[in-house]
Design a protein. Structure first.
Lengths: 92, 381
């Protein structure tokens, strides 16, 4: 199972769970599996066309999926996927 | 650099730097010669300014237009009770001068804007961004890119912190990624946490701002590997730390001029998104109460906000309003309130559209206005 780390600002959509495990072969499946588990999270991560939003970065390990194979980046059983949102501070 | 001399007092003050072999007097000279601009003297700016001042940065500029507020003192350790109501930049400089009289401070008691940013930043070698909003973050980033200055970045939210060094040019003349390479566009206002969902644990800016100060010192003194091309993440709840790679985005357009950052971040447009509903003022609410007129008061905030201050409304948090619609009266006036009036307007709009209510009134300015105009014993948050 791949482990997805949920950042603080998005935890209200995952019942305050900091990590979620999903069964998936690539990043796209991982994000869609996560969105299926927590539908309210979907609009935070994906735009109307299903693309990952520009103010959210997805990492596999310490690497940005943009320099791997984007959403088609394969995910292994022990993968750690990070969702990294833009945060601005108090006023946001 | 050898021309920079230290007095006996300075040599003694900085002796713990001078005896580190990698740092030594050369590092201290670089610090004394440096001009660092700190944008924002709040949560992040407090530890940042305290440590940069203590370390002996020669010239420190502070940009802040704000006044010290009671709610700042939970994390902004630069300020004390006596500073409440005073200018942040002036109060900060007063405190910092007491910490290190060998530092020159430049006060910029103004809001950083597209009109003044280039002029202000141009006088400094390094910029440290400790602001609290997206428009200023993009403005600081773009101005640093245009002026070719490193932007030591830190950001916090609740229990989570981010640190990086953007637009850093290394000894070989290679410039690393900037903030737009990481986040090309900001989140639209509707998707960022509202006033009810914000907040930050007080010690977090202390931790993250100290890391930011460390990066400023590394950039200035050329020791170690600055956090360029990397993003450090800290989760204070799980104690999970990660350092992720940040790459230049070849699809990003060159930044050649400053723009309207409020517009870029959609600020101002969200006001138009607040539904137009019937309103009552806090004075009118008091009149209703005094006249004995039948009415119901509904509070759509969260339970933890109700604990801070309440005016005896029936508590139904906004996300439960549709499920608890049976608690809302339809045979008399119903005044709905939240903290400042936005969530209650959304609640009324939903109830009118979905359930056909016609008797709902938004309390203008929310409980904050009530605290200002009717009951100053209520805590404002």
């Amino acid at each position: 199972m791949a482990r997805i780390i949920i950042p603080t600002p998005l935890r209200k959509f995952t019942d305050n769970q900091a990590t979620i495990e999903v069964e998936a072969i690539d990043i796209r499946e991982s994000i869609h599996a996560l969105s299926a588990l927590y539908p309210d999270l979907k609009k935070q991560l994906l735009d109307d066309t299903g693309e990952i939003r520009q103010f959210v970065r997805i990492y596999l390990g310490d690497e940005d999926i943009k320099v791997l194979n984007n959403e088609k980046t394969p995910v292994t059983e022990d993968a750690v996927i990070s969702i990294v949102p833009a945060i601005a501070g108090g006023i946001a | 650099m050898g021309s920079i001399k230290f007095s006996k007092e300075e040599l003694e003050r900085y002796s713990r730097h001078l005896i580190i072999p990698e740092f030594n007097i050369e590092g201290q000279r670089r610090l004394k010669n440096a001009k660092v601009l700190v944008v924002g003297s709040g949560g992040l700016g407090s530890p940042l300014l305290l440590y940069l001042t203590a370390a002996g940065v020669g010239t420190i500029g502070i940009v802040d237009f704000d006044l010290v507020d009671e709610t700042n003192l939970q994390r902004q350790v630069l300020f004390s009770v006596d500073d409440v109501g005073q200018s942040k930049s002036a109060s900060a400089i007063k405190r910092l001068k007491g910490l290190n009289p060998h530092v020159k401070f430049i006060e910029h008691n103004t809001r950083l804007t597209s009109e003044n940013a280039l002029e202000i930043l141009s006088g400094y070698d390094v910029v440290a961004d400790g602001t609290d909003n997206f428009p200023t973050r993009y403005l600081v980033n773009d101005a640093c890119v245009i002026l070719q200055k490193p932007n030591v970045y830190a950001s916090i939210f609740r229990f989570e912190g981010q640190v990086s060094v953007f637009n850093y040019t290394d000894q070989n003349g290679n410039t690393g990624p900037n903030y737009r390479d990481l986040f090309p566009t900001p989140p639209p206002p509707g998707l960022v946490p509202s006033c009810a969902e914000g907040g930050v644990i007080g010690v977090l800016p202390g931790i993250i701002g100290s890391l930011q100060a460390n990066e400023v010192i590394k950039v200035v003194t050329h020791i170690g590997d600055p956090l360029s091309g990397r993003l450090f993440l800290f989760d204070a709840l799980t104690f999970e730390t990660r350092t992720l790679k940040v790459h230049k985005d070849p699809t990003q357009e060159s930044i050649v001029k400053l723009i309207d950052y409020q517009e870029f971040c959609g600020i101002g447009q969200e006001a138009d998104d607040t539904p137009s509903v019937k309103e009552v003022t806090v004075r009118a609410l008091e009149d209703m109460k005094d006249s004995g007129e039948a009415y119901q008061l509904i509070d759509v905030r969260e339970p933890y906000e109700y604990e801070i201050a309440n005016i005896n409304g029936v508590l139904i948090p906004l996300d439960q309003i549709a499920d608890q619609v049976d608690q809302i009266a339809s045979d008399k006036k119903v005044v709905v309130h939240c903290r400042s009036g936005v969530r209650s307007a959304n609640a009324i709009s939903l109830l009118e559209k979905k359930f056909g209510f016609t008797n709902l009134y938004n309390l203008k300015g929310g409980i904050l206005a009530y605290a200002d105009e009717i009951d100053n014993t209520l805590a404002k948050y």
